[in-house]
Design a protein around this ligand. Structure first.
Ligand SMILES: Nc1ncnc2c1ncn2[C@@H]1O[C@H](COP(=O)(O)OP(=O)(O)OP(=O)(O)O)[C@@H](O)[C@H]1O
Length: 310
């Protein structure tokens, strides 16, 4: 099956900066794929190469089988982009901006008007259709960026930090729109600094650092690599932690009267933990598991040696 995005050994150099250093990424059609990484990891550079705003130095990049250089127009027509920066024509009513955008992708004018109206309705700013971009509120600007990405009815939606700086309610509204697009079959590539966003939305995430992919997995799989914290309340608290024979347990100690056990995949450790405690005559009155967050795992994976030393 043709991949929505296929990048192999992709390299991008800006003078002496190697922004992409042999990046390999595959995104399947219909997937919701997240790209995470610290500032400067190369996420925006990768997106810019996909949409033709930057030219690769070396390697392969294709969108639905179309090389982003040799078959630029086919690749570009398949993509709807909501970029990080606002690069919008500020002098026209926003509906006209959308109609121009649809026209650029070869959509005839009557159809372009219909698409523009539909996109504005989808993101909830249809009543602002005669307003100029500059006169929209910050939240409406974000909604508009999504509408502009949707207007060509793309097979691949690329969202570069689509919810940066918006309030919780708007973030949820935007998630809702994006999720509906994905449910309807649109492939999504999302970059975000909000780990919760990646946890909630993405089927798979790639973690990038210094122009390379350092990891790729589902958010759940990644969280399994972190350390969960299990707090067990016992009827009578021992002064020292009991000896436990559990391979995944990293540490067990008494903290504030509770037995606190840290372990990978905490929820799978709990049954054996309780069995061992009961077998040594402890009575458990309460158990609480705090899962490792994707953020902790992410920070661990992208902590460079210099940052660790600092
Ligand atoms: N036009 C450019 N000219 C020179 N260097 C650039 C250019 N664009 C990006 N870079 C450099 O390439 C590297 C990757 O930047 P990029 O913007 O792709 O990272 P990013 O992961 O998107 O970061 P952020 O999360 O901050 O948006 C950085 O070192 C950046 O300074």
């Amino acid at each position: 099956m043709t991949l929505a995005i296929r990048a192999r050994n992709l390299v991008k150099e800006y003078d002496d900066v190697r922004a992409l250093d042999g990046l390999d990424i595959s995104v399947e059609a219909g997937e919701f794929f997240g790209l995470l990484g610290p500032n400067g990891a190369g996420k925006t550079t990768f997106i810019n190469i996909l949409v033709g705003l930057a030219h690769r130095t070396d390697g392969e990049a294709a969108v639905f089988g179309h090389d982003v250089g040799e078959e630029y127009q086919q690749a570009r027509d398949a993509i709807g982009l909501a970029p990080q920066e606002y690069n919008v024509d500020r002098f026209f009513p926003i509906q006209e901006v959308l109609e121009h955008k649809a026209g650029y992708h070869g959509i005839p004018s009557g159809e372009a008007t219909r698409r523009a109206e539909e996109a504005l309705e989808t993101v909830g700013i249809y009543d602002k259709r005669d307003t100029r971009f500059d006169w929209l509120s910050g939240g409406m600007k974000r909604r508009f960026m999504l509408a502009r990405a949707l207007v060509s009815d793309p097979d691949l939606l690329i969202l570069d930090e689509p919810t940066a700086g918006v309030d919780v309610q708007l973030r949820r509204d935007l998630w809702d729109v994006i999720n509906r697009m994905n449910d309807a079959g649109t492939t999504i590539l999302l970059t975000t600094h909000y780990i919760e966003e990646a946890e909630r939305l993405c089927d798979r995430v790639a973690i990038m650092d210094e122009g390379r992919k350092v990891e790729e997995a589902s958010p759940d799989e990644l969280m399994d690599r972190g350390t969960d914290r299990i707090s067990v309340t016992l009827r009578s608290t021992p002064t020292t932690a009991p000896d436990l024979d559990l391979p995944d347990v990293h540490d067990a100690r008494i903290e504030d009267g509770d037995l606190v056990v840290t372990a990978a995949r905490g929820s799978s450790v709990v049954p054996d933990l309780l069995r061992q405690l009961e077998a040594t005559d402890y009575t458990v009155t309460e158990v609480d598991i705090e899962r490792a967050s994707l953020e902790e795992v992410f920070v661990d994976m992208t902590r460079t040696e210099s940052a660790v030393e600092a």
